[in-house]
Write a protein of this length. Structure first.
Ligand code: SF4
Ligand code: SF4
Length: 426
C-alpha cells in the first residue's frame, strides 16, 4: 500500500533569537502535565523558592516545580491548553531567583553517574517526553525499554505549522546532542538514530558529534518533511527499515524523543535546573510580531500575546500545538504547561469555514487515513450509537493521531478527536 501523505503550505516564521519572556506576577502550575496527576506538597499561604518541588509525581506523572519564587495563593481548577480542566497551584511572585538570570556552572562529570542515577535525576527534575501527545514521564518511558534499546531523535516538528523543534535543533544543536547522549547513557542504548529535515537543517560538525558519541553508535537520516505526516513514530520506524546502513544495525527504534525533550534533559543534568521554563513559539497572522520565547511554566497565554506586541487584526481563534492536530481554546488565562509548544493566534480572515455540518458520506476521511481506519463510522457510532462491527472499533487503537481525517472532512467533524477517545479507552 502506498503511503498517504499530504502537502500543506503554512507560513514559516523566521526567528533570529530566543527571547526571554517577562516574569509574570503570578503563575498557575498544572498538576496534570505529564501523563498523570501529580500530588500537591504545598498549601495556600506557603512560601516557595524557584525550583522547589511543589507536587510529587507517580509512575507516568512527574514532579512539579515552582517556576518562580513566591507565595502559594490557591490550589484551584482551571482550563488547560488541551481543553480539559485540571487542578493547578497558583503562585504570586515574591522574592528572588536561584537560577533565573544567573550563570549556572556546567556539570561536565555527569557521565560518572550510573544509568540508574541519571534516570532518577530525569524523573526528579520533572522531564516529560513531548515527542507525541501522550507527554508521559521520560524516566518512566526509559525504564519500560528493553535491554540495549535504540533511541530515536526527531530534530524537526511533527506539525508543519510549528517550528519549535526545528528552531532548537538549529540554534542549540550542541545542547541537544549532549541531552541525547545523556538519555542514551541513562537507557544504556546501543544506538541512536537522528531524523532531520532535508530542507532546513545543517548537519552538525562530524568530529564534534563523533567526540560526543564515542561509545554509542549513531546515524543521521534525512527525512522529507515537505509531506505530512513525516514525523510520526510509525513513519519514522518505516524509514529506519528502508534505510540500508541503519537497517543492518538497527531493526526498530524503542523510544523516540524530540529536540525539546533532549534540550530539557541537558538543562536538568548539565545545568542542574528543574523543568521550570520551556521554549514556545507564539505566532500567527493576527499578531503584531511572532516570537520564539523562553517562558516560565504556568504563565497565562495572555501575557505572551502582549509580549508579541498584541494583536494587529481582531483575533478569531487561538490554537495550541499546531494547526493540523492542535486544540482551539478561547480563554486567554489558560496557563502554559510543559506540553505546550506553539500558540497560534488566527485572524478571522485566515480561518477556513469551520461550520460543523452532517456527514455527507463522501468517504474522504477513509481515503485520507493512512491506516485504513473508518473515522466516519467510528464518529457515527460515538454520536448516534450507530451499529459498528467490533473490529472497526478496535482499529481505533492503530490511530497515530495524524489528524488527516479532520483535514479531509468537508463537514468539519471532529473525527481524530473521536477516534482518539476510543484509543484511550483501551
Ligand atoms: S483516524 Fe487516526 S490515523 Fe486515520 S487519519 Fe484520522 S488521525 Fe490519522
Ligand atoms: S469526510 Fe466527513 S463528511 Fe466525508 S464521509 Fe468522512 S466524516 Fe463524512
Amino acid at each position: 500500500m502506498t503511503e498517504k501523505k499530504e502537502r500543506f503550505n503554512f507560513p514559516r516564521y523566521e526567528y533570529m533569537c530566543l527571547h526571554p519572556a517577562y516574569i509574570p506576577n503570578a503563575v498557575f502550575v498544572s498538576l496534570e502535565q505529564g501523563g498523570g496527576v501529580s500530588k500537591p506538597l504545598v498549601k495556600p499561604g506557603d512560601s516557595v523558592f524557584e525550583g522547589q518541588t511543589i507536587a510529587s509525581g507517580y509512575k507516568t506523572s512527574v514532579p512539579v516545580h515552582a517556576p518562580i519564587p513566591g507565595t502559594v495563593i490557591d490550589i484551584t481548577e482551571r482550563t488547560m491548553p488541551d481543553g480539559k480542566n485540571a487542578e493547578c497551584i497558583c503562585i504570586a511572585f515574591k522574592g528572588s531567583f536561584n537560577f533565573e538570570g544567573k550563570n549556572c556552572s556546567a556539570n561536565l562529570h555527569w557521565n560518572k553517574q550510573s544509568a540508574h542515577k541519571l534516570i532518577s535525576q530525569i524523573r526528579h527534575n520533572g522531564i516529560i517526553n513531548t515527542f507525541d501527545t501522550g507527554n508521559a514521564s521520560l524516566a518512566w518511558q526509559m525504564e519500560k525499554c528493553s535491554a540495549s534499546p535504540v533511541l530515536g531523535v526527531r530534530l524537526f516538528d511533527f506539525d508543519p505549522s510549528c517550528f519549535v523543534d526545528g528552531f532548537i535543533s538549529s540554534f542549540f544543536i550542541d545542547e541537544v546532542l549532549q541531552g541525547v547522549l545523556i538519555c542514551a547513557t541513562a537507557m544504556q542504548a546501543k544506538s541512536v538514530v537522528f531524523f532531520y529535515s532535508a530542507s532546513d537543517f545543517v548537519l552538525p560538525d562530524k568530529e564534534k558529534t563523533d567526540a560526543y558519541f564515542n561509545k554509542i553508535s549513531y546515524s543521521f537520516i534525512k527525512t522529507d518533511t515537505r509531506f505530512y505526516p513525516s514525523g510520526s513514530e510509525r513513519v519514522l520506524q518505516k524509514i529506519v527499515k528502508k534505510t540500508p546502513p541503519v537497517q543492518n544495525a538497527v531493526s526498530s527504534v524503542n523510544l523516540f524523543i524530540d529536540s525539546r525533550t533532549a534540550f530539557s534533559v541537558y538543562k536538568c543534568i548539565v545545568l542542574s535546573m528543574s523543568l521550570t521554563d520551556t521554549i514556545i513559539e507564539v505566532n500567527g497572522q493576527a499578531l503584531h510580531e511572532s516570537k520564539m520565547l523562553k517562558v516560565k511554566i504556568g504563565t497565562p497565554i495572555r501575557r505572551l500575546l502582549e509580549e508579541c506586541g498584541g494583536c494587529e487584526k481582531p483575533p478569531a481563534k487561538i490554537v495550541i500545538n499546531g494547526l493540523i492536530k492542535g486544540t482551539a481554546v478561547c480563554d486567554l488565562d489558560i496557563p502554559v504547561t510543559k506540553y505546550v509548544k506553539t500558540i497560534t493566534l488566527l485572524a478571522a480572515t485566515d480561518l477556513p469555514d469551520q461550520t460543523v455540518s452532517q456527514c455527507i458520506h463522501c468517504g474522504f476521511c477513509r481515503k485520507a487515513c493512512p491506516l485504513g481506519i473508518q473515522p466516519d463510522r467510528i464518529y457515527s457510532h460515538y454520536t448516534n450509537k450507530a451499529p459498528l462491527e467490533p473490529d472497526i472499533l478496535l482499529s481505533a487503537h492503530l490511530c497515530d493521531n495524524c489528524a488527516l481525517c479532520n483535514a479531509a472532512c468537508p463537514a468539519r467533524l471532529p473525527l481524530y478527536q473521536t477516534v482518539s477517545t476510543y484509543k484511550e479507552k483501551k
